[in-house]
Design a protein around this ligand. Structure first.
Ligand SMILES: Cc1cc2nc3c(=O)[nH]c(=O)nc-3n(C[C@H](O)[C@H](O)[C@H](O)COP(=O)(O)OP(=O)(O)OC[C@H]3O[C@@H](n4cnc5c(N)ncnc54)[C@H](O)[C@@H]3O)c2cc1C
Ligand code: SF4
Ligand code: SF4
Ligand code: SF4
Length: 478
């Protein structure tokens, strides 16, 4: 590609890089702009969907108009299209208190108690004169764009309140999966992870009297219906096994697992648990443990993969490390036009470049609503999202991108196709003097071009990508 580009008229420099989006390459592009007095830059790699803003910024820093940048989309439109032919390719979740799941957790993996920290935080929030808390409230309507949103809150009595706000942070959290297996809900000694934490915090008799415990990992996780790992549960079980050992050093504790995922320095807890005599037994998804009641006691049968024979364990308590599910985020995805994964967690704009942003400007995300994560990651993400939102709120004016759709009202027939296809709610049909016409909101428009491509009357054009310009590009390729 580089060899070909060099042969094209007006090309003064062409280069090839291993990672064109890396910091080094950005610096190199700026040097080239200065050295060769460039007036256009073209990058042929990856996709403009995620990387175009980065390169535009590089041009701006190199003192070149950032809209003179062009990206050749060889990933989405070439390599992905020809992936088999590489030769050719180059329930209403609103709550009645602040704090969420953190109130149910006993301690972080480092041993810090969570409840007092959260209680203090909640108090600070409630006492802050500039923070208004609305409990038992559902968002029932929303409109607007970055810097100027309006959301309608409806309380349990049906009373509505409209709030105007400049930014949004989604933090709807998650909840534990509640299984029907392993006698959960049928025997009070079969507990979920957070129920065990509650009992430990309350000093319950059930914990005081227990002399044997079995933890079953990956309950409802890493199965075809829910293929993801919930990330926190291996550490949680091992840490609580150590807590139980500190209460009763002679307690028999078994952890039945598929894989142990104590990432980073959590591995130290795993080693400590083994040293202290916690027994780890691996099981297969095809041969899951069985829980029964025998002579009034819980009995767990598991096939040990080394001995290749079933083991029977008598247990006073069983703790099920169940997977984490998202809250019901779908109504919010519709109201605010934001994306969610197949499992229902919110989806960030870009995993590496915009990890706390949604693709829609002015809306951010933090915590469990994004994917299962430990508390310190949720806090770090919440800080990042707040900083991003504050950056908007501190501005008097907001610059928007010039690549937006433009409707020609003389041609528009008000059919509404553009409104239906726009993923960002940026174009609407309005009635003026009894005539229906499409009108776009440039601040919400992401310049995706769907409306322009779908309009049957060709009444929509895109700034910088007009029909005329696209046709010229196609002719140049032909
Ligand atoms: C079973 C389980 C075990 C865990 N174990 C550990 C562990 O051992 N160690 C660890 O570090 N972390 C653990 N975590 C993760 C930890 O709890 C989270 O990282 C952290 O508490 C997430 O906070 P959050 O605010 O994102 O979500 P949450 O704590 O879930 O809070 C979300 C809040 O949003 C509210 N809400 C939801 N939907 C709406 C809506 N539509 N409108 C208004 N309000 C809404 C909810 O009522 C709730 O108050 C565990 C989580 C779970 C579920
Ligand atoms: S963290 Fe451990 S128990 Fe939880 S889903 Fe992942 S592997 Fe299973
Ligand atoms: S699709 Fe075209 S004709 Fe139909 S409302 Fe939108 S701009 Fe007007
Ligand atoms: S280009 Fe059209 S479809 Fe795309 S965001 Fe803008 S108004 Fe919506």
């Amino acid at each position: 590609m580089r060899a070909y580009a060099e042969t094209l008229p007006n090309v003064v420099v062409a280069d090839r890089n291993l990672f064109t989006c890396s910091q080094d390459t950005q610096e190199k592009i700026k040097e080239y702009i200065r050295e060769y007095d460039l007036n256009r830059v073209v990058v042929a790699s990856c996709t403009p969907r995620t990387h175009e803003p980065l390169f535009r910024e590089t041009l701006r820093e190199g003192a070149l108009n950032k809209y003179t940048f062009e990206m050749c989309n060889i990933r989405d439109q070439c390599s992905w299209v020809h992936r088999d032919d590489p030769e050719k390719a180059t329930e209403n979740e609103k709550g009645d208190r602040l704090g969420g799941q953190a109130f149910n957790l006993y301690a972080t993996y480092k041993g810090d108690k969570i409840k007092p920290y959260v209680e203090n935080l909640v108090e600070n929030v409630n006492d802050h004169p500039l923070i208004h808390v609305y409990l038992n409230t559902t968002v029932t309507d929303a409109s607007g764009f970055v810097g100027s949103f309006a959301s309608t809150l409806t309380d349990d009595n049906g009373e509505k309140k409209e709030l105007e706000h400049g930014a949004i942070i989604m933090a709807t959290g998650g909840r534990p999966y509640k299984p029907k297996e392993y006698l959960y809900g049928k025997d009070p000694n079969v507990l979920l992870s957070l129920e065990l934490d509650q009992k430990i915090m309350k000093g319950s008799d059930r914990i005081r009297d227990a002399r044997s415990a079995v933890f079953i990992q990956c309950v409802g996780s890493r199965i075809p219906e829910r293929p993801y790992c919930s990330k926190v549960c291996c550490t949680h079980s091992i840490h609580r096994a150590l807590t139980l050992k500190s209460l009763h050093p002679d307690m028999q504790i078994y952890i039945l697992y598929r894989d142990i995922r104590t990432f980073g320095d959590r591995e130290v807890l795993y080693a400590e648990a083994r040293d202290k005599g916690v027994l780890f037994i691996r099981y297969d998804l095809e041969n899951k443990p069985r829980v029964e009641k025998e002579n009034g006691r819980l009995k767990v049968t598991v096939t040990d993969h080394v001995l290749q024979r079933p083991l029977e364990i008598s247990a006073d308590i069983i703790c099920l490390a169940t997977g984490i599910l998202p809250s019901d985020n779908i109504p919010l995805t519709k109201l605010y036009k934001v994306s969610a994964t197949e499992e229902g967690f919110f989806l960030e704009a870009h995993m590496k470049l915009r990890p706390v942003d949604f693709a829609t400007d002015g809306i951010f995300l933090a915590g469990l609503c994004h994917y299962p994560k430990p508390i310190e990651e949720s806090i770090a993400q919440a800080k990042a999202a707040s900083a991003r939102a504050a950056a908007i709120l501190m501005k008097n004016t907001i610059e928007i991108e010039p690549i937006v759709s433009v409707v020609n009202p003389e041609i528009c027939r008000g059919c509404g196709t553009c409104e239906r296809v726009c993923p960002f709610g940026a174009i609407h049909v309005i009635e003026v003097d009894g005539v229906k016409k499409a009108q776009n909101t440039p601040a919400s428009c992401k310049g995706c071009g769907l409306c322009a491509a779908s309009c049957p009357s060709k009444a929509v054009d895109m700034c910088h990508f007009s029909q005329h310009q696209i046709r010229a590009q196609i002719c140049a390729l032909a």
